[in-house]
Design a protein around this ligand. Structure first.
Ligand code: GAR
Length: 212
């Protein structure tokens, strides 16, 4: 699967969040500091699976349209996935970024945006996938962990890897201190990866991602 460099930069990003949205903020800060055209991408809307989160406040402060699509408002997961797909498609994204979005998207979402959905995960995949990557790595006693920016496929945190960052575990760490240090690396990694994908285009061949 290939994606040519955007004909008209900046690429349109829809960002999905579930929590504090510091990764979203890093993307917003990069586009503000460099200018969307030079950075190569611009957040055009922010979606969430819950209300009342700081991630949505950040979007509103930036003057961006937001939407909330809660699983519990739908009879089943397929109907939630269909509605989320519609919400995102309405903003005509070139790339979708799952930045701390704590839901697994379904078949319809993948059919619409497959090969264009980027996720950031707080562990060195394929180790410690799932909702508790930091906790699981910490409990395992690893000496280094980190973060992974990858494309989403039909599995949980199994898609082709775009970039990884390494963070050493310190003796005095607890899960929360470790996660904060991972997030410092993660924000830079995500900003860099999204910018390069948008500016240069990319190719996915099997498990490998090539950015020229
Ligand atoms: C990030 O560390 C992200 O990797 C993680 O949630 C945090 C969100 O932070 N995502 C997952 O664990 C997904 N499995 P943020 O809301 O401040 O951007």
């Amino acid at each position: 699967m290939a994606s040519a460099p955007q004909e008209s930069l900046p690429a349109r990003l829809v960002v999905l969040v579930s929590g504090s949205g510091t990764n979203l903020q890093a993307l917003l800060d990069a586009q503000a500091a460099q200018g969307p055209a030079a950075y190569g991408a611009e957040v055009v809307a922010v979606g969430a699976d819950r209300d009342g989160i700081t991630g949505l406040e950040r979007a509103e402060r930036a003057g961006l349209p937001t939407f909330v699509r809660r699983l519990r408002d739908h009879p089943d997961r397929a109907s939630w996935d269909r509605a989320l797909t519609r919400d995102v498609a309405a903003h005509r994204p070139d790339l979708v970024v799952s930045a701390g979005f704590m839901k697994v998207v379904g078949a319809e979402f993948l059919a619409a945006f497959g090969g264009r959905i980027i996720n950031t995960h707080p562990a060195l995949l394929p180790s410690f996938p799932g909702a508790h990557g930091v906790r699981d790595a910490f409990a395992h006693g690893v000496k280094v962990t980190g973060c992974t920016v990858h494309f989403i496929d039909e599995g949980v945190d199994t898609g082709p890897i775009i970039a990884q960052g390494v963070v050493p575990v310190r003796e005095k760490d607890d899960e929360s201190a470790l996660h904060e240090r991972i997030k410092e690396v993660e924000r830079e990694l995500l900003v860099d990866a999204v910018g390069r994908l948008a500016r240069n285009g990319y190719r996915i061949e099997g498990r490998k991602v090539y950015i020229p």
